[in-house]
Design a protein around this ligand. Sequence first.
Ligand code: TYD
Ligand code: MG
Length: 479
Amino acid sequence: MSKRHLSFVCQNCGAATNRWQGKCDACGEWNTLVEEGAGGGIGARPAGPGKPPRKGRTFALEPLSGGEAQDAPRLKSGMAELDRVTGGGFVRGSVLLMAGDPGVGKSTLLIQATASLANAGHRVVYISGEEAVAQVRLRAERLGLAKAPVELAAETAVEDIIATLSEGKTPRLVIIDSIQTMWTDMVESAPGTVTQVRGSAQTLIRFAKRSGAAVILVGHVTKDGQIAGPRVVEHMVDAVLSFEGEGSHQFRILRAVKNRFGPTDEIGVFEMTGSGLREVSNPSELFLSERDLGSPGTAVFAGIEGTRPVLVEIQALVAPTSLGTPRRAVVGWDQSRLSMVLAVLEAHCGVKMGGYDVYLNVAGGLRIVEPAADMAAAAALISSMANAPLPADAVYFGEVSLSGAVRPVAQSAARLKEASKLGFTRAVLPEAARSEVNGDSGMTLQTVSNLVTLVSEIAARGEKRKGPGREYPVPGEED
Ligand code: TYD
Ligand code: MG
């Protein structure tokens, strides 16, 4: 009857039920329901039964314009890549969630950012709930930041933290590493449970709004339901930054997933080195640094991430399959987008991929979401299938529609400028983009209005290379 009886809470999504079950009805995860103290779960702490309703307190309403001018509403960290993603610095009184896999480098990035701010004369506090003070200090020493006047503590009790922070000058920035280790007296559940994570976050958010300090909560993303995912606080905070990277790559990409005070399509690129994270101000150079020139199946995509053009190599492998259902594997791009491009190639361009496994990979660990990558992906796929290398000095971009038409995309001029800067001399782009570029790009432009044109052009290159060793058919000539 009352929500207070919902005492089993899913540790993955936060849904509450009144009895235990093996599978969470809300998110479908198994073994994630844990009993938490009554009053936990969604809609915690309603007024107790029998208590008279509290009489409302009046408060002053303020005008939207004007108001008291406070010192700089944004606090620049001094790390350009981080500031780019937050939209120009941390906002006063805002709360930011920094989410990422354990070991990706969240603590490293934040200790570097706090050191830089402290060196600039701001009061910054780093609260570690995972590492001892000596460990944090050791890391800072290794990064050459030991002299920065950052205030450190290893603490997990939220009320104690807030009491400490409320003394003296209000800190400009507070790091809570991590939110999953924090606990508050307000709720009874064990630390690490959804109720505790949510309760602690709520208390810290209230502190941030009241004091004007910017607070960063670190959250580990875990697949299994053992530790409450930071998902449950996503809707409460002002911004969610996701720090991504693959173990095998040195590159780390910071992406804004949600941002109440800035854009969500900007990325920040870092490289993990022996002495901490290094900012990469020109990601294209990095993503193209290990290009395999002259081999079939690779195409350079001229993309845009936020406001910045980024060139990246798209690699495809089309190989005869030994399975009944051929494999379609993709890393760094959308699986359904790949299916769509394959369907268009098959339906409109006579490229039969039914008997082939298809693998597609975006080099460097970048994840592309732009539809403009369609044409580069198609070019890489055909190139691999026809065993015809694409010209090494060409970039590709354009959206492919279901009819096979190549549609224009935004910011063609910026894409070409970046490509030209990096030494590319040719671009394969949508017909309609030519007018935007108006000829002064300094590059040879090859416009394509339909994917059929691209396929026949690449197939013709393959034809020229046709030699004794070639075992793949040229697209379109099978039947
Ligand atoms: P860390 O910041 O502790 O990760 P998180 O807080 O996200 O769990 O980073 C740990 C990894 O970073 C670890 O695998 C080692 C690597 N690392 C370096 O390669 N160089 C360095 O200078 C530092 C400090 C860490
Ligand atoms: Mg850490």
